[in-house]
Design a protein around this ligand. Structure first.
Ligand code: FAD
Ligand code: FES
Length: 248
């Protein structure tokens, strides 16, 4: 993990209030499901914001984010060659090397962000077969990025016209898979948890909490588990089904 100043090399809008920002960084040490803390160079705004790794190469790391408040709004104004401060990679990431076979990745809303890099990582094992489930509220975004992956796709829009009309979990059949990774709104992940538990399909979810330090020091991102209170930034953001104290 490193804190450093770097530059924006590409920044563009992919949907309503949703952007992809590519930064100069060595992405070779990044794991799928990890995140960075990001902050603009404006010294009057000290708080960094956690954003998942969307794509990573030897020379760059990209992030896909939705404007949800002041911090992400400020990020959206950055232009190519602007300076940005980043801390990472942080967190544990999805256990891609521990799973094999047929794997489902389920994302809801901006929770689809870590799934591109996760699918790419899983597909490095040529014996893996990966199905990607993308659940949107209304408008689709970043689908053109996802379709270049050699995976099958399931698309649902809750209020839109494209794909299946309803919840992405309506399309999901947990008994078809050897492992499942999910990221998105907590109600979606809880539904996936219940479905997987019924048929004993192993599941890992990426939890989301507000963060201050991002490195395990402030306990601001407390997440209750069956093994006690964990820190999403340091012990997560990925947690196994066995740790979750969610009702099923
Ligand atoms: C590990 C991790 C990875 C993330 N990855 C992404 C990503 O890839 N793309 C992306 O767009 N967002 C991601 N987020 C969420 C993102 O960090 C928040 O949207 C962002 O910090 C909001 O900052 P803001 O200043 O724009 O909004 P704020 O003004 O701080 O908040 C705006 C609204 O969002 C709510 N909010 C803020 N942070 C969170 C949070 N962590 N969980 C739930 N609600 C929150 C606030 O209560 C408020 O209603 C991630 C969060 C975590 C913890
Ligand atoms: S954000 Fe400080 S401990 Fe996680």
């Amino acid at each position: 993990m490193e804190y450093f100043q770097t530059k924006v090399i590409n920044h563009y809008q992919v949907g309503k209030g949703i952007f992809v920002m590519e930064l100069v960084a060595n992405g070779s040490r990044c794991r799928a499901g990890q995140f960075f803390m990001l902050k603009t160079a404006d010294a009057s705004r000290p708080l960094m914001r956690p954003i998942s790794i969307y794509q990573a190469t030897d020379n760059s790391v990209s992030f896909m984010y939705r404007i949800s408040g002041q911090g992400t709004e400020e990020l959206s104004h950055l232009k190519n060659n602007d300076t940005i401060f980043i801390l990472g990679p942080l967190g544990n990431g999805f256990p891609c090397e521990k799973v094999s076979g047929r794997i489902a990745l389920i994302g809801g809303g901006i929770g689809i962000a870590p799934l591109w890099f996760t699918a790419e990582t899983l597909l490095k094992n040529t014996e893996n077969e990966v199905d990607v489930y993308l659940g949107y509220r209304d408008e689709l975004f970043a689908l053109d990025h996802f379709v270049i992956l050699d995976t099958d796709f399931f698309i649902a829009t809750e209020y839109g016209d494209e794909g299946y009309h309803g919840l992405i979990t309506d399309l999901f059949e947990p008994d078809h898979y050897d492992a499942v990774f999910a990221c998105g709104p907590e109600p979606m992940m809880k539904a996936v948890f219940t479905m997987c538990k019924e048929v004993r399909t192993p599941l890992w979810i990426s939890a989301e909490r507000r963060m201050a330090c991002g490195v395990g020091a402030c306990l601001g991102c407390a997440f209750p588990t069956l093994n006690g209170v964990k820190r999403v930034c340091k012990d997560g953001p990925v947690f196994a089904d066995k740790e979750l104290c969610w009702e099923s």
